[in-house]
Each structure stands twice: as C-alpha cells, then as structure tokens.
Design a binder for this molecule. Structure first.
Ligand SMILES: O=P(O)(O)OC[C@@]1(O)O[C@H](CO)[C@@H](O)[C@@H]1O
Length: 316
C-alpha cells in the first residue's frame, strides 16, 4: 500500500465567513456573502493537498451536529478520515471579512472536552496509521482536556517511526512541540518574542530568535512577518518573502492562508523542488487562497501562474 500524508486536527471547526462591507463593532449588519466550511488547520491542509493532487488522511476529534457536518463535508470531498467521536459539540469559528479594508475579525470557540479515554483511542489510531505515513502535519489549538505536550508526544512517536513532521501551533502547545524538534514549523513573530521572553523587536531580532530555534535541529521554518510577508528559514539560508503590490490589492480573505502555505511547502518538499522554487510555490498557494472568500485554492495551475508574483530575497 502507498504511504500517505496524515493531518491531525485536534480541534476541528465549522468555519463561517461573513462578508460584511464596512463592518464596525456595535452596529447591525447583513452579510453580503457567506462561506460555511469544514475547518481547523489540519482539515484545511488536507483539503488543499487534495486540490494540489495529493491524498491524505485527516485525523482528530469530532462531536455533535457540527462534527457530523464536518464529517459529511469531508466524505463528500472523498477525503480519508479517521476521527474519534467525543461528547459535546465541535466548535464553530466565525470570521467577518470587511470587503473594503480586507480586515478580518474572528471569534473562535474553545471546542469540546476530550477525555483521557478519547485521547487514548486517538493515540492508538495514530500509532496504527503512522506505519503507513510518509509525512505528518499537526495543526491548531488543543481542545480542553488535551495536555499541552500532546504535539511533543506525537512528534516523538513520528521520530521513532522516522516520519517527518510539520507543525503549526501557538503558545504552550508549540513551545512543548519544539522540544520534540519537528522538521518544519510555522511561527508568528509575536510567538517568538513572547515565548523567548524578549520585547517586540525588528527584523534583525526576529532573525536572531528564529536562528536560535534552528540551532536545535528544526530544518525549515516560516515566520509571519508584517501583514503578509514571511521569513523562510531553510537548510540553504534565510529568505525574506513578499508579494507584489498589485497582487496584495486583490486580496479578499486571509482565512487559512497559513494552511495553504504549509500544504504548498509539503508538496514542494515531497517533490524535491529546489529551495527557491519551494518557497515560491508555498507562498503562491497562500496568495491564491487570499484571492477569493471561499477557503482553499482553485487548482495547481492557478498557484503556478502566481509564482512570478512572489518576491524572494536571500538574506545571507
Ligand atoms: O484555534 P486554532 O485551532 O488555532 O485555529 C482555528 C482556525 O482559525 O484555524 C483555521 C485557519 O488556519 C480555521 O479553519 C480555524 O477556524
């Protein structure tokens, strides 16, 4: 049997995006457009991988009516799923896209409680699927009940099975995950400063902090910097990556752009693209996702057509 990519979403969500032109808090609005979708970072990555032509198995926990909605949506997309059912209700996350300023406002729920027994069942399923995994992605917040070192635990299991891991998380879950030394990590520059106990600084400070993390053995990282630019730390040096201004002006929604980027980077590394092409491909996936309200990308050809719009500067 062919090896598969595995995505883990411990805390899936029904994502609702409302387009509300001129949105302001404290007033009453009607949405001019709605996009309702199955979400949570790993689920988004699985959907985008499929749009790029790659199969994956999506794992995590689902609960209640919203859990059924997510399961049903993924089945209709013909995605392989392996979710543990838990009591309660999977969360709903609401996003408001201001058409005028492209400002995104979001509210995320905490998610259902995960019992020790449910977590144990998940770990058993994970160990089973790991034997046929070629790459594992871990993404998003941990729901109540899941210990903050859960990602670290999963990374160590992957290491034993010699399966590379991509991580996109925040706060204590990411701090613990770094102890497991995943292969690829996505950071927000604010995380770096707060975790390492530094006051917010400039680009040089970000680079110094990222480099410290790479001393531990993390191979690749992508750190969000400024509104949409990214710092790519790669085995061949550090790159500052941005997008042409005309393209930035076309952006509509920023929801899940990090997930599109990570899915793109996975494909790039699986296809052994050279470093600069891999960066362009990943960032173009992210850019494509911003150009419409509907989450995800409109196809690999669209992504490839955007690659020349990515500005890549090698820093050292
Ligand atoms: O609360 P988390 O798990 O950190 O983030 C959840 C979330 O914002 O991440 C995805 C976009 O990246 C959305 O599908 C989802 O609603």
């Amino acid at each position: 049997m062919d090896k598969t990519i595995v995505t883990v979403t411990m805390n899936p969500a029904v994502d609702i995006q409302y387009v509300v032109p001129d949105f302001r808090p404290g007033r009453w609005f009607r949405a001019s457009e709605v996009d309702r979708s199955a979400g949570g970072k790993g689920i988004n990555v699985s959907i985008i991988l499929q749009q790029l032509g790659y199969e994956s198995a999506a794992m995590g926990f689902l609960a209640g009516f919203s859990g059924e909605y997510i399961r049903d949506t993924l089945r209709r997309l013909k995605l392989t799923t392996n979710f543990v059912n838990v009591i309660g209700e999977s969360r709903t996350d609401v996003y408001i896209v201001d058409e005028v300023g492209h400002i995104e406002t979001g509210v995320a729920e905490a998610g259902p409680y995960i019992s020790d027994e449910a977590l144990h069942r998940f770990m058993k399923n994970f160990d089973r699927i790991l034997s046929r995994a070629r790459l594992v992605y871990l993404g998003g917040s941990l729901p109540p009940g899941v210990p903050q070192d859960a990602y670290k635990d999963l990374i160590l299991r992957c290491k034993e099975a010699k399966v590379p891991v991509f991580v996109d998380a925040f706060g204590p879950a990411l701090t613990a995950a770094l102890e497991g030394v995943p292969r690829v990590v996505k950071f927000d520059h604010r995380f770096l400063f707060s975790t390492l106990g530094y006051p917010m600084g400039d680009l040089d400070d970000v680079l110094e902090l990222v480099s410290k993390i790479h001393d531990s053995g993390v191979e690749w990282s992508v750190t969000t910097y400024r509104a949409v630019g990214n710092i790519f730390y790669t085995p061949e040096g550090i790159y500052l990556v941005d997008i042409e201004r005309e393209e930035k002006e076309q952006m509509v929604s920023l929801l899940a752009i990090g997930d599109a980027l990570m899915a793109g980077l996975m494909v790039a590394l699986l296809e052994n693209m050279d470093v600069e092409k891999a960066i362009r491909f990943a960032q173009a996936c992210s850019l494509e996702d911003t150009l419409h309200v509907k989450k995800g990308i409109r196809g690999r050809d669209m992504v490839e057509s955007l690659m020349p719009k990515i500005l890549v500067e090698k820093l050292d």
